[in-house]
Design a protein around this ligand. Structure first.
Ligand code: ATP
Ligand code: MG
Ligand code: MG
Ligand code: MG
Length: 439
């Protein structure tokens, strides 16, 4: 992408009403624009990151054997009356009436809709196990939308639903989600710690939240520092193996990690004192096992091998796709701007032309741009007439992992400069070597 033809409305001033770094930086970097309270337009740069995060979520879900689909944002109130949640959900639900006076709502989550799909088409245990998911906009009329996309009213969420014949099979589905979520966050350069939590309006007993540690997080957390040492890395996990998935869950859950709702000071006291941590975190996902809570009232039954009609065991599993954009920035920025992890960066690198209009420099930039594109990489080429200082400031603000600086002085020696956004270290090399360094 050439910056002269792109739409990157960066702000010079720090927006006054943004209280946390990620919100300030998303506004300043021209990633989002507020449309109304808690509702945002995703400008081109922000949209690229959102799409990258979404792609990782899709890949990891499908790797775990989960099947993508798409359900609508607007739902009929009917199904929610069946589950009993139409009244129970409260003022966070945005209720709408259509021209025929039918009660509708903008979905805050999809347990009812998916259960209806399931009961219409599945009737035998032979069609199980089944996990369906989608990534779709949700609406919750949050009492206090704040921190930009972190607590929006409209937000983008992956929600998945498992249908299983019994508790043991449903726990395996829960564990598959546990493992796939850890992988998902790690690919985004994030550490999210699974913590025992409360189930809230979704219901059920077994639930873990995944939290990114950050002082600006809205959740209070208590954990054993040893849990922050564990990594999924590239372990070879067979998602069909109950033992493989259970082993990962056991490894993480053996160590104390809880949100304040489930915190138990007595149990926490058994953690060695030098490892006890108390801090704050951002909830970037949650998984639930809730058994037959929806299948029973809504009649989602299958025949078991003995021919009995039994309600299916279910769970639901959510990832805050749009919140993750903010959470990644909270975890990775400095005073000059964002520092994108390679896995989600909107462009792989920036090219800064120090003397736009100089034939040799322009040609070198074009050649570099073409070489990077030929390798399947997506550079952002600053081909504007701006001063070098302004170009560097913009690159630092938008946080691309690498900057390649091209100017007449370096070119005289056949060199360009490659700078790492994370370390700030620069190295001179030939344009060919620079193209090899990226990606
Ligand atoms: P919170 O405790 O932050 O209100 P929640 O527990 O109500 O979140 P879930 O029902 O567990 O949310 O939804 C799954 C995920 O969707 C959450 O883990 C979070 O990452 C994301 N999410 C929930 N509410 C919002 C919101 N208002 N804005 C952005 N993301 C959200
Ligand atoms: Mg909530
Ligand atoms: Mg929560
Ligand atoms: Mg939650």
């Amino acid at each position: 992408m050439r910056l002269s033809r792109y739409f990157l409305p960066v702000l010079k001033e720090t927006p006054a009403d943004a209280q946390i770094a990620s919100h300030r930086l998303m506004l300043r970097a021209g990633m989002i624009k507020q449309a109304s309270a808690g509702i945002y337009s995703w400008l081109p740069l922000g949209y690229r990151v959102l799409r990258n995060i979404e792609a990782i979520v899709h890949e990891e879900q499908q790797r775990a054997g989960h099947i993508p689909m798409l359900m609508p944002t607007l739902q009929s109130a009917e199904l929610w009356r069946e589950s009993g949640r139409y009244d129970a959900y409260g003022p966070e639900m945005l209720r709408i009436r259509d021209r025929h006076d039918r009660d509708m709502l903008y979905g805050p989550t999809n347990e009812e809709l998916i259960t209806d799909i399931f009961r219409s088409h599945v009737s035998s245990y032979r069609e199980l196990p089944l996990t369906l998911y989608h990534i779709q906009w949700k609406f919750r009329d949050e009492i206090r939308p704040r921190f930009g996309v972190m607590r929006g009213r409209e937000f983008y969420m992956k929600d998945g639903y498992n249908f299983d014949i019994d508790r043991a099979a449903a726990i395996h589905a829960y564990n598959r989600h546990f493992v796939s979520y850890l992988r998902t966050y790690e690919r985004m350069g994030l550490q999210a710690i699974p913590m025992r939590a409360e189930s809230g309006p979704i219901g059920g007993d077994d639930t873990h939240e995944f939290l990114v540690l950050a002082d600006t997080g809205e959740s209070e957390v208590f954990y054993d520092a040893a849990v922050t040492e564990i990594r999924m890395g590239d372990r070879d996990i067979d998602y069909d193996s109950r033992a493989d998935c259970q082993a990962v869950v056991d490894e993480y859950t053996a160590l104390y990690a809880r949100t304040d709702d489930t915190h138990d000071a007595g149990v926490f006291a058994e953690v060695p004192e030098d490892r006890r941590r108390h801090g704050r975190g951002i909830e970037v996902g949650q998984i639930f096992y809730f058994g037959t809570k929806y299948s029973e009232p809504m009649g989602a039954m299958v025949s078991d091998p003995e021919g009995n009609r039994v309600p299916v065991h279910m769970g639901s599993h959510g990832i805050g796709v749009s919140r993750l954009v903010g959470a990644i920035i909270e975890a990775s920025h400095d005073e000059r701007g964002i520092i994108w992890p390679e896995g989600v960066t909107p462009f792989h690198c920036g090219i800064v032309n120090l003397r736009q209009g100089d034939a040799a420099t322009d040609a070198a930039c074009e050649a570099l741009y073409a070489a990077l594109a030929a390798k399947g990489l997506d550079p952002l080429y600053d081909d504007t007439e701006d001063r070098a200082g302004a170009k560097f400031a913009t690159m630092d603000l938008i946080g691309l992992p690498w900057r390649i600086t091209v100017g007449p002085r370096g070119l005289a020696q056949g060199k360009v400069e490659v700078t790492s956004r994370r370390t700030g270290e620069s190295e001179e090399m030939s344009p060919e070597a620079a193209a090899d360094r990226i990606g």
